[in-house]
Design a protein around this ligand. Structure first.
Ligand code: PGA
Length: 255
């Protein structure tokens, strides 16, 4: 059995100025310091990356951004490149459902971003998940499998030891307070996500890739998810903005 270190990631979304971020991280640090055996990842907005990276530089807390463009440089006003982020970050969230829904991101664009991130040694946290409509039509497995496959097409995953993370986030569970069932998520990861990766890159890699759950995770329900053998951590939105709550979720991942 592959040993996968649990990962708990805070996706701050469009919240916190650099000054507010500094305060939140200062509140997080004492609690996170004592948590062993869990990788802790903070994903603030771009404008707070530098402040947060200075604060956490002597800790084991990891830093990620929430989006990125695939081009390295040039006339792309308003965009941020992989190497700009690689100065501060180890991780990059890609293909979040809010980017897909509000900014029209396609699987093909997510794929370009994934390949660009890998080329710059940023670990992509690739978000996948079906909408409520797709779920009710019994299409969750097909949609998720396709999102995973199209995000990873042509990606060079066999070189690194921990090249990608998948976050399964059913759209209907995000920010709704209506989390998926832990058992249902475990089954989808086992029957859909890992087999899709195995079909492309082999079973060994499929067993090593960490798969997170995201969607209304809080300090009350986190343990249930982490108790499932296929769930390797969480991508936490709203609950990551409160220091005590996020620390509690990281503690739950300690087992
Ligand atoms: P939520 O968001 O925890 O607020 O549901 C999760 C996410 O969108 O990553």
């Amino acid at each position: 059995m592959a040993m996968r270190v649990p990962l708990v990631a805070g996706n701050w979304k469009l919240n916190k100025t650099a000054t507010e971020a500094y305060k939140l991280v200062a509140d997080l640090m004492p609690g996170l310091r004592n948590i062993q055996g869990v990788e802790k990842l903070l994903c603030p907005p771009f404008t707070a990356l530098m402040a947060v990276s200075r604060l956490i530089k002597d800790t084991d807390i990891r830093l990620g951004a929430q989006n990125m463009y695939w081009e390295e440089k040039g006339a792309y006003t308003g965009e941020i490149s992989p190497s700009m982020l690689a100065e501060f970050c180890q991780y990059i969230i890609l293909g979040h459902s809010e980017r897909r829904a509000y900014f029209g991101e396609t699987n093909e664009q997510v794929n370009r971003k994934v390949r660009a991130a890998l080329a710059h040694h940023l670990t992509p946290v690739i978000c996948v998940g079906e909408t409520l409509e797709e779920n009710e039509a019994g299409r969750a497995a097909g949609v998720v499998s396709r999102q995973v496959r199209e995000a990873l097409l042509g990606a060079d995953l066999l070189a690194g030891s921990d090249p990608v993370v998948i976050a399964y986030e059913p759209v209907w569970a995000i920010g709704t307070g209506r989390a998926a069932t832990a058992d249902g998520v475990n089954t989808l990861i086992r029957n859909v996500i890992r087999p899709t990766i195995a079909g492309m890159f082999g079973d060994d890699l499929a067993q090593r890739v960490r798969v997170l759950y995201g969607g209304s995770v809080n300090s009350g329900n986190a343990k249930e998810f982490f108790a499932q053998p296929e769930i390797d951590g969480a991508l936490v939105g709203g609950a990551s903005l409160d220091a005590r709550t996020f620390i509690g979720i990281c503690e739950a991942a300690q087992g």
